[in-house]
Design a protein around this ligand. Structure first.
Ligand code: KG4
Ligand code: ZN
Length: 333
């Protein structure tokens, strides 16, 4: 069984993981707190902090996995999509490591890896399955026919679901990233307090920009009448926003599952850490007789574990890349 070192640096998390023999031996994630002060990820700063974090993250991943550099059989890394300056750090590290140790290199698509996180732990979905991949930059319904045979059947036409969470939290004066805070406050509020509109978008596509605008106007109008509106109603606002985002996502997913006759339905990406979305999918699964799959929280948000497992399946197929590989800010499946 090969030992795979996974490297992830597409956005603001520097991560290194070791996967072997069906077991994730380590999965180290170094977050970058520096962006909080700016209310969002600053690409130039992200790149610099990746440079500081990458070597310690890999060293810690080897220590936790109880292996030495010479035990590694291949290096898998995120080639894209993501922030170019951030990707460059992980790609350069992986190339240098592979060159020094004479190891094969495996390039991984970050969005495919979010989906392949379902092959880390049991139970694993069976092909074909549908995966709703929801992150800070993407919102996709993907028909997964095989490990690397995936078709996007629906996607957002503007903002991503995570962006809708983060922008709402910014309007509410909460720090970045706001998704986890909306989740926290939503647990304490009434999801039916404020019924935000559901956009009517054809097919399995999404749009979140209209919702964002209606939330902004709603808050501005209410704050004009009562300056303490946000503080007095924060939990109800978060619960209502979360409910709307979750119902938009799950209504489209249900439509696609019926159209494609799919019974195995999965969630992936950072927003799949959301409590309301996780519960919502489980309830839908019980109602429609689906098998539902939701990754452990550490494999929902950006992590190198998913890169290592994707690399493992590419290793089995003999799908390697070479030292000429360069990162891609946009990278189709
Ligand atoms: O996949 P990810 O870690 O990074 C990207 O590839 O974008 O996703 C990050 C997104 C952010 O928008 C963050 O606010 C959101 O996932 N997120 C959540 C939760 N945890 C992370 N959104 C809602 N509820 C959460 N618990
Ligand atoms: Zn991601």
């Amino acid at each position: 069984m090969p030992v795979i070192l996974g490297i992830e640096s597409s956005c603001d998390d520097t991560s290194a993981a070791v996967y072997s023999d069906g077991v994730m031996l380590s999965n180290i994630i170094a977050n970058q707190a520096i962006h909080e002060a700016y209310g969002g990820v600053v690409p130039e700063l992200a790149s610099r902090v990746h440079q500081q974090n990458i070597v310690p993250a890999v060293q810690q991943a080897l220590i936790n996995a109880k292996i030495r550099k010479n035990d590694i059989d291949a290096v898998a890394f995120t080639r894209g999509p993501g922030l170019l300056g951030s990707l460059l750090v992980g790609v350069s590290f992986a190339k240098a490591f592979a060159l020094a140790k004479n190891l094969p290199l495996i390039e991984v698509n970050h969005m495919q890896a979010h989906i392949l996180a379902h092959f880390i732990d049991e139970p694993k979905p069976t092909f074909p399955f549908l995966c709703l991949t929801v992150s800070g930059g993407h919102t996709q319904i993907v028909l997964v026919k095989d490990y690397f045979d995936m078709e996007i059947v629906g996607q957002t036409q503007d903002d991503a679901a995570g962006e809708a969470m983060d922008k709402t939290s910014k309007i509410l004066g909460l720090p970045y990233p706001g998704g986890p805070l909306i989740d926290k406050h939503a647990r304490l509020g009434n999801p039916d307090a404020y019924p935000f509109p559901e956009p009517q978008i054809p097919g399995y596509n999404f749009s979140f920009s209209g919702l964002k605008t209606s939330i902004l106007y709603f808050i501005q109008n209410n704050v004009a009448k009562n300056p303490n509106f946000i503080a007095e109603n924060l939990n109800d606002i978060c619960a209502s926003v979360e409910k709307r985002i979750v119902t938009i996502l799950l209504n489209k997913l249900t439509k696609a599952a019926h159209a494609y006759g799919i019974k195995d339905v999965a969630l992936a990406g950072g927003v799949s850490a959301n409590t309301g979305l996780r519960l919502g999918l489980q309830q839908l699964g019980a109602k429609h007789g689906w098998n539902t799959f939701i990754p452990a929280i550490q494999y929902c948000t950006d992590n190198a574990g998913m890169i290592a497992v994707a690399g493992y399946y590419k290793y089995l197929q003999g799908d390697f890349t070479d030292q000429h590989v360069a990162p891609l800010a946009r990278m189709p499946f």
